[in-house]
Design a protein around this ligand. Structure first.
Ligand code: DON
Length: 280
């Protein structure tokens, strides 16, 4: 399939059967595909063959760009393709309420993808890279763009600042909402917006979680919003006020529970992830 897809980029019919050009192109495609075969193919019961990546059209057309129509590429210069996998940052939140009204909001983090890339031997867990949440020097941003100074400088025994915001809200002394999210520096503002969506804007828990989010963290001086987070009129009115607006694909993954009275709860599970709300 790789071969067929690769030669789609060339008009072999026009070049003719067994002509120099056709043989050259086919051999060059074959050279590249067999380099992939040598690295990426094996019994899929034993080895995770990256079939999707290998057949990705962009990947295959990028593979053909190194074909020189005039010269054979020496095989030593051709290596198997590599695929950039995106490992997400590693924070998780869950919200729980039991039938007695006991509530748990837990946000737990490794910080970056794979934390510090160090596994505790025989225990099977990764060590975090939470040191990134300290400010290493005034004005130097951490991986979430947060800056800080002396107050959050590294010192023995000191805890780094965290944005994690596992939240339990009571109304008149009674449990009202349990809420939290991953998302680095955007955690605080995601929780803030979710609460306001319910309290100020009358949304259900699920609507409040689904609603588009935005975020400002002082520096960089911009409002980050989700794609189509603002309608065009709001976007230009905000820009006219001097806001710089940057769109990204998603902010946060909020999971929350709203208490609707005796024995009635509403769950909000974020559709941005594979989250679910379950009642037993
Ligand atoms: O504690 C903090 O603020 C960060 N370590 C949280 C990182 C995080 O949420 C990454 N995941 N999305």
């Amino acid at each position: 399939m790789q071969l067929l897809k690769m030669v789609e980029n060339f008009d072999l019919k026009e070049k003719g059967w067994q002509t120099t050009q056709t043989v050259h192109l086919m051999a060059e495609a074959e050279r590249r595909v067999y380099a992939d075969r040598a690295t990426h193919l094996g019994d899929p019961d034993y080895y995770k063959v990256p079939v999707k990546d290998l057949l990705n059209e962009q990947y295959l057309s990028q593979r053909t760009t190194s074909i020189n129509p005039d010269r054979a590429t020496p095989s030593q210069e051709i290596k198997a393709g590599t695929f950039a996998y995106q490992e997400s940052n590693e924070t998780t939140h869950f919200s729980i309420v039991d039938r007695f009204g006991n509530a748990v909001a837990i946000t737990t983090t490794l910080n970056g993808g794979y934390g510090s890339n160090t596994i505790v031997k025989e225990a099977g867990f990764l060590l975090n890279n939470e040191m990134d949440d300290f400010s290493i020097k005034p004005g130097t941003p951490n991986m979430y763009g947060l800056v800080g100074g002396k107050a959050n400088a590294i010192a023995p025994g000191k805890r780094m600042l965290s944005s994690m915001t596992p939240t339990i809200i009571e109304k008149k002394g009674k449990l009202y909402m349990v809420v939290g999210t991953p998302g680095g520096s955007t955690i605080i503002t995601s929780v803030f917006q979710t609460i306001l969506n319910v309290i100020e804007h009358g949304m259900t828990m699920q609507e409040a979680v689904n609603a588009k989010r935005f975020h400002h963290q002082w520096l960089p001086d911009q409002i980050t919003t989700e794609k189509d987070g603002f309608d065009p009129a709001t976007k230009s009115a905000l820009a006219a006020k001097g806001h710089q607006i940057i769109e990204i694909s998603a902010i946060g993954r909020v999971d929350a529970i709203l208490i609707k009275g005796k024995r009635k709860m509403e769950g909000g599970a974020d559709p941005r992830g594979d989250d679910t709300a379950i009642g037993y």
